[in-house]
Design a protein around this ligand. Structure first.
Ligand code: HEC
Length: 169
């Protein structure tokens, strides 16, 4: 229920990093020698399987059907307004998102998924639901439910939608 179909099919054929430290990031991340940033032992990560064209289309079709019956994502939750001038700052400073996420290579935390291509990868209504309450999706998830206002969630989603990879990685 979270991905854009087109992105998913292409990614399955050419998987790139989403979770810099893998799913169990604590196993692959350690502090750098000067303790100013996290570093990743890439030797501890397993590369994602690569699929051919026909298989990736079939897998994307099957994956896109999952989760719809859980009603976790409300259609039209993203109001499509302009993110406004403060949105980037909400992400990088005021709401602490960048302590766990990077918006572009190397500029944020490593424990959460990279969001530098969130605009191509994730559906806006999913982002609204997830940022509002990640625990609703999985009570054990590390991302905290931050009690944000709807205005903040809309701005953050609007900002994430502007992040798209412009060149092949
Ligand atoms: C304490 C660390 C932490 C903070 C702070 C945090 N996140 Fe997350 N976030 C995570 C983790 C970890 C996940 C992945 C959870 C999973 O699926 O295992 C995640 C997932 C997400 C996802 C879904 C990404 C995907 O690929 O499915 C979005 C969108 C997101 N976060 C946005 C935000 C925003 C916006 C903020 C700030 C308001 C924020 N996060 C703050 C750790 C964090």
């Amino acid at each position: 229920m979270k991905f854009n179909r087109e992105w998913l099919e292409a990614w399955l054929q050419n998987p790139t990093t989403i979770r810099p430290g893998g799913v169990m990031y604590a196993k692959a991340i350690k502090a750098s020698a000067d303790k100013t940033a996290d570093t990743i032992d890439t030797g501890k990560l397993t590369p994602h399987v690569k699929l051919g064209k026909a298989d990736s289309a079939a897998a994307a079709d099957a994956l896109m059907k999952l989760g719809a019956d859980l009603n976790l994502v409300q259609k039209g939750a993203f109001k499509n307004g302009s993110p406004g001038p403060m949105a980037k700052m909400l992400f990088s400073k005021l709401r602490g998102c960048s302590s766990c996420h990077s918006a572009k290579g190397g500029d944020g935390g490593r424990s959460g998924p990279e969001l530098g291509d969130a605009g191509s990868r994730l559906q806006p209504d999913f982002m609204v639901a997830y940022i509002n309450n990640p625990q609703k999706f999985d009570p054990h998830i590390w991302m905290p439910t931050l009690g944000l206002t709807d205005a903040d969630v809309q701005k953050l989603t609007g900002y994430l939608l502007t992040l798209k990879h412009t060149e092949a990685q």
